[in-house]
Design a protein around this ligand. Structure first.
Ligand SMILES: Cc1cc2nc3c(=O)[nH]c(=O)nc-3n(C[C@H](O)[C@H](O)[C@H](O)COP(=O)(O)OP(=O)(O)OC[C@H]3O[C@@H](n4cnc5c(N)ncnc54)[C@H](O)[C@@H]3O)c2cc1C
Length: 433
């Protein structure tokens, strides 16, 4: 019997250590440097953050998703899921543990498809936590529909020249390099005609036109760049994988990225549920604690049920990725996780906010940030609607149409077949009456 929902005791000890460490050492960073986690460390922050990273390394929990040859532990996705549930509570924690988005996905594709020189130049410092990276795929006129991508890379001597617009390239302004997707062969479908390039962020011709901010952030003070690539020269050596391979590579990147967001979302939703329960037990109104009111009990029960279903789905999907080592094969469940994630976080954070009354909607509590985060989860790495279509197509693949006028489960015919199958017993039964 191979099904097992227990964590082995040695790893549980590691998780217990991480839980305490994140609460006491890392969550305070969220309050003193709330938007600095993707900015390379300066003198003061380095003094505070570097010793924390060192403790994580000593503990063997640095970049656990990558193999030992890349400086990770090779723990795989399931163990990463259990760890990420803890890290999801804090915006700094993934950086302190060397497993932050978008760098995890970016590191993964360089690890899979990069040459030895590319790994040395880009992957090594990325894994050491010294630099950040940005993934530059979405374009202003085209996000969910890649067939509308226009950024072009044209051949020029022993390299390429990139021209075009990119939008929502997260952390581009603080990155050391960008992974840029561009059309290299306009005569074939984008699925075969786009390529990926590793481009140092200071390459001449890269213009960050605006750093788009999310709701609540100051204008031009955000971290999602609108970029204009003007005649950006890229040598052949910086082509990632082969020409025309961008989509195959993107599937690896986005598969990992989506499930990692989901792992962290479990932690965030659990935090909201914990806050809801604390408030329900503490606040007395109309003669009893909120936890005695049936409406509030309903909020708690619904939240627990939603979170537990989601968590099991995420852990199962992580287990599948480890087992098959093939994101394509696990595509249906990764897309399902992506579809469910925004609703779970939204619903639980909303109920927690409601139970906190007026305090819940203030900037002194994190609920509206979480609800906004749920909206982001419904768009980043592809909109929910598109993932629902993927789920449906994959589910339908396991089914076939019937030529018959009636469905195969039409009861009158099934009953007639059943009567015929057991006719001798029925005759006997009638005879005995
Ligand atoms: C916080 C954040 C960070 C991001 N980071 C990055 C990044 O680092 N790099 C990067 O390249 N991109 C990034 N993105 C962009 C993200 O991948 C795109 O927003 C996403 O792919 C959707 O593209 P779009 O915004 O152009 O929406 P559109 O493609 O215009 O879609 C808009 C809406 O139309 C509907 N829709 C779209 N297609 C369909 C369809 N086929 N069927 C039915 N309905 C549909 C959906 O409701 C969808 O939300 C980020 C986005 C966010 C919000």
């Amino acid at each position: 019997m191979a099904w097992d929902f227990e964590t082995d005791p040695q790893y549980q000890e590691q998780l217990d250590w991480a839980d305490e460490f994140v609460r006491s050492e890392v969550e305070p960073l969220d309050l003193i440097w709330p938007h600095e986690q993707f900015t390379p460390l300066d003198g003061t922050r380095r003094k505070a953050v570097e010793p924390l990273k060192e403790q994580v390394r000593q503990r063997g929990l640095w970049a656990t998703h990558l193999g030992p040859e890349l400086g990770g532990q090779g723990h795989g996705q399931l163990k990463l899921a259990l760890l990420n549930e803890i890290l999801g509570r804090s915006s700094w924690a993934p950086v302190v543990f060397g497993c932050q988005a978008p760098d995890t996905g970016n590191a993964e594709i360089i690890a899979h498809f990069g040459t030895a020189t590319q790994k040395e130049r880009y992957l090594r410092p990325l894994l050491d936590g010294e630099i950040f990276s940005s993934y530059s795929m979405t374009e202003p006129q085209a996000g969910a529909d890649p067939s509308r991508f226009e950024t072009r890379a044209t051949r020029d001597g022993d390299g390429w020249v990139v021209n075009g617009w990119k939008y929502f390239s997260s952390n581009a302004a603080t990155s050391s390099f960008l992974i840029v997707m561009a059309v290299t062969d306009p005569d074939v479908s984008v699925y075969k005609g786009m390529s990926m390039f590793l481009v140092p962020s200071d390459t001449p011709g890269i213009e960050i036109v605006r750093n788009v901010g999310l709701y609540g952030e100051p204008m031009n003070g955000g971290s999602h760049a609108l970029i204009r690539y003007h005649d950006v020269r890229v040598p052949d050596d910086d082509l990632l994988g082969g020409a025309g391979q961008a989509f195959a590579i993107a599937q690896t990147r986005l598969g990992g990225g989506r499930i990692h967001h989901a792992m962290r979302t479990i932690g965030l939703a659990q935090k909201a549920l914990d806050m809801m329960c604390e408030r329900a037990l503490s606040r007395v109104t109309a003669g009893s604690a909120l936890s005695d009111k049936q409406f509030v009990q309903g909020y708690i029960a619904d939240s627990y049920a939603q979170l537990t279903q989601f968590r099991l789905l995420v852990l199962y999907t992580a287990w599948e990725i480890d087992k098959y080592q093939d994101y394509q094969r696990v595509r249906k469940d990764i897309a399902t996780v992506k579809v469910v994630m925004p609703t779970v976080l939204h619903d639980i954070a909303w109920r927690a906010m409601q139970v906190h009354g007026a305090l819940g909607v203030t900037n002194e509590m994190p609920f509206l940030t979480m609800i906004h985060g749920a909206g982001v989860m419904g768009l980043a790495d592809g909109p929910t609607e598109v993932h629902k279509m993927t789920v449906a197509k994959q589910v339908l693949r396991d089914h076939t149409p019937t030529d018959d006028m009636w469905p195969t489960q039409w009861i009158p015919r099934l009953a007639a077949d059943a009567r015929e199958k057991y006719a001798e017993f029925l005759e006997h039964e009638v005879g005995n009456r």
